[in-house]
Design a protein around this ligand. Structure first.
Ligand SMILES: C=C1C[C@]23C[C@@]1(O)CC[C@H]2[C@@]12CC[C@H](O)[C@@](C)(C(=O)O1)[C@H]2[C@@H]3C(=O)O
Ligand SMILES: O=C(O)CCC(=O)C(=O)O
Ligand SMILES: [Fe+2]
Length: 335
């Protein structure tokens, strides 16, 4: 008997619209970095959502549009040309396959190290006709976004009443910081409305938490990003091309002994518009011990986590599937 191959589109994961979605529409916390109440609101947002939107961020809009234009130019190249910049392990072009463990999404992407000195030498020359332009746009964007991420981390330390203001930001500022940058392109998804007579949403990027300390996300004006609330329901994040969205990562959850929660998020493909996003994942040096900060431990408070380095966490993360709860292996069993 000849087995019929599934139509290509059915090999992708879907969510049905009947999936639990929130009916209360809580508003995504909005932080104006120029206002004095920013640090208090950031703490509240990190505790309640692990996610917030930032305005008055200081990143020149010209840096954003220049990098977006370079990304769009690259993703418009014929597939064989883009594939010359792959595979994405550890850095380069990837298409549909996400990570090393069989996850797939309706997405193509470029992964870079965010360490600008070592960046790009190897594959920048493959990034289209004018790699210098790409490199310049990337470096300007990365410097400005890293500065903003550090400012936010310092406001967090301040808001948590930690004396050492740079306790988090120094991890990103370290020359050995293991930070990553990603450009994602979600092409418009073919019409899948009527598959099986149910409303389906194609998964662009499956649900997950980010393993690092902090992620700084910017997208064009196409919707798709959703975050999961504490009750497990999903809410859509209205896109805003002039703002940034901040995710608490797993490592920040541990550094705050669970006071901040890393946010579960995903991207649904859009049926008519393409989405382009750029995300800076601020991570510590590989040798850094990730453990609750002593300054945050009250009285006899115990660490909720076993001791580990970022290298150990990353190794474990990269052997997991996208949707897995990666922190569970590092939680202490408290009697
Ligand atoms: C399935 C995977 C992709 C990922 C590595 C992993 O094994 C689990 C974590 C994933 C993630 C999510 C946030 C970032 O996009 C990313 C670059 C990261 O650091 O962890 C991806 C990894 C990836 O795409 O390689
Ligand atoms: O592309 C997006 O908007 C989010 C992607 C994401 O969560 C990731 O790359 O880790
Ligand atoms: Fe993510």
């Amino acid at each position: 008997m000849v087995a019929l191959a599934k139509p290509a589109i059915q090999q992708f994961p879907f969510t049905k619209t009947s999936c639990k979605t929130s009916t209360l529409f809580p508003v995504i916390p909005l932080i104006d970095l120029s206002k004095p109440d920013a640090k208090t609101l950031i703490i509240k947002a990190c505790e309640e959502f692990g996610f917030f939107k930032v305005i008055n961020h200081g990143v020149p809009l010209e840096f954003i549009s220049r990098l977006e234009a370079e990304a769009v130019k690259f993703f418009s190249l014929p597939l064989p040309e883009k594939e010359q910049a792959g595979p994405p392990r550890p850095f380069g072009y990837g298409n549909k396959s996400i990570g090393p463990n069989g996850d797939v999404g309706w997405v193509e992407y470029l992964l870079f190290t965010a360490n600008q000195e070592s960046n790009l030498q190897r594959f920048v020359s493959l990034l289209g006709k004018n790699p210098e332009k790409f490199r310049g746009a990337l470096n300007d964007y990365l410097s400005a976004v890293k500065k903003m991420a550090c400012e936010i981390l310092e406001l967090m330390a301040d808001g948590l009443k930690i004396q050492q203001r740079n306790v988090f930001s120094k991890l990103l500022m370290d020359e050995q910081s293991d930070s990553v940058f990603r450009l994602n392109h979600y092409p418009p998804c073919p019409d899948i409305q009527s598959l099986n007579g149910i409303n389906n949403n194609m998964i662009g990027f499956g649900e997950h938490t980010d393993p690092q300390i902090i992620s700084v996300l910017r997208s064009n004006n196409t919707s798709g990003l959703q975050i999961s609330l504490r009750d497990g329901s999903w809410i859509s994040v209205p896109p805003d091309q002039n703002s940034f969205f901040i995710n608490v990562g797993d490592s920040l959850q541990v550094l705050t002994n669970g006071r901040f929660k890393s946010v579960r998020h995903r991207v649904l493909a859009n049926s008519s518009k393409s989405r382009v996003s750029m995300i800076y994942f601020g991570g510590p040096p590989l040798s850094e011990k990730i453990a609750p900060l002593p300054a945050l431990m009250k009285g006899h408070e115990q660490s909720l986590y076993k001791e580990f380095t970022w290298f150990e966490y990353k190794k474990s993360a990269y052997s997991s599937k996208l949707a897995d709860n990666r922190l569970i292996h590092f939680e202490k069993i408290v009697a």
